[in-house]
Design a binder for this molecule. Structure first.
Ligand SMILES: N#Cc1c(-c2ccc3ccn(Cc4ccc(CN5CCCCC5)cc4)c3c2)n[nH]c1N
Length: 249
């Protein structure tokens, strides 16, 4: 997978050189390119923003640098020149976007080429998204119902959530099976040595070696946690998921 990220703070994305995503880049599982939007300006001050038409607080990101950056990325895309004529996907982090979730992460992990446009100030001139839709499948996406100062934090979260789903990135793919949201429920609690810590014991069933009982204990903990912490997820569960847990714990 190729990923391109455009930002006026490219150093914000340095975290993507670390840990599993950094390892995936070094092992060529991920071709991740970070671009400084200011490299696509032509004035002495490398200007990327201006006052909003119609008035209002703050500044808006100018269209010209974005147009040049996205045009460059589109021409380099391994997808847009493909015979099928697919388009690379352009994710535009925005408080006004569709909410990013695990289902979207799985969908985007299938893409050959993702580009991310990190806005700042009050956002990017809307004409950029219209222009980009000629060469990209443009997706405004939000990572949650709160307001950040720009798109970079959202890109870090999405690239990690998507990147870890790419085959070979996570050492043990089994660990992807039982994590939160993989089956519509929150994950169960985990424990490790020592067996007693600060007077607190590990649940005895986990020491029993009875895999059936352990599975039931964990399932019930998933349901218990989801019902108390995310009741909104419970209503979305189908009967088979809810009835799969056993009363015998
Ligand atoms: N993903 C994600 C995000 C973001 C996010 C993503 C990208 C940018 C680019 C700039 N900002 C800051 C910002 C955004 C909106 C406003 C409100 N204005 C009101 C008047 C009309 C214009 C907009 C102010 C400042 C961003 C925030 N926040 N929260 C998420 N989950």
């Amino acid at each position: 997978m190729r990923i391109d990220v455009v930002s006026i703070f490219p150093e914000y994305l340095a975290a993507l050189d670390l840990s599993l995503i950094g390892k995936a880049r070094r092992e060529k599982l991920l071709d991740l390119n970070v671009h400084d939007l200011r490299d696509y300006t032509h004035d002495r001050h490398r200007t990327v923003d201006d006052t909003p038409y119609g008035g209002g607080a703050g500044m808006v990101m100018k269209p010209e640098p974005w147009g040049a950056a996205l045009a460059r990325i589109a021409t380099e895309s391994p997808v847009s020149n493909a015979p099928l004529g697919d388009k690379p996907i352009l994710i535009v982090p925005s408080p006004a976007g569709a909410v990013f979730d695990q289902e979207m992460a799985y969908e985007l992990a299938e893409a050959q080429h993702l580009a991310f446009a990190c806005g700042r100030y009050e956002g990017i001139d809307e004409r950029v998204l219209e222009y980009a839709s000629e060469a990209f499948d443009v997706r405004p996406v939000s990572i949650g119902d709160y307001v950040l100062n720009g798109g970079e934090v959202a890109v870090l979260a999405m690239v990690e959530a998507i990147g870890r789903l790419i085959p070979g990135v996570i050492g043990n793919p089994e660990s992807l099976i039982e994590e939160s949201h993989s089956d519509g429920l929150l994950e169960y609690p985990v424990y490790t040595k020592p067996g007693t810590w600060e007077g607190r014991e590990v649940p005895e069933v986990l020491l029993s070696g009875n895999h059936g009982k352990i599975a039931r204990f964990r399932r019930n903990k998933q349901l218990e946690r989801t019902a108390t912490r995310r009741p909104d997820l419970i209503v979305q569960l189908d009967a088979s998921t809810l009835n799969r847990h056993d009363r015998d714990t």
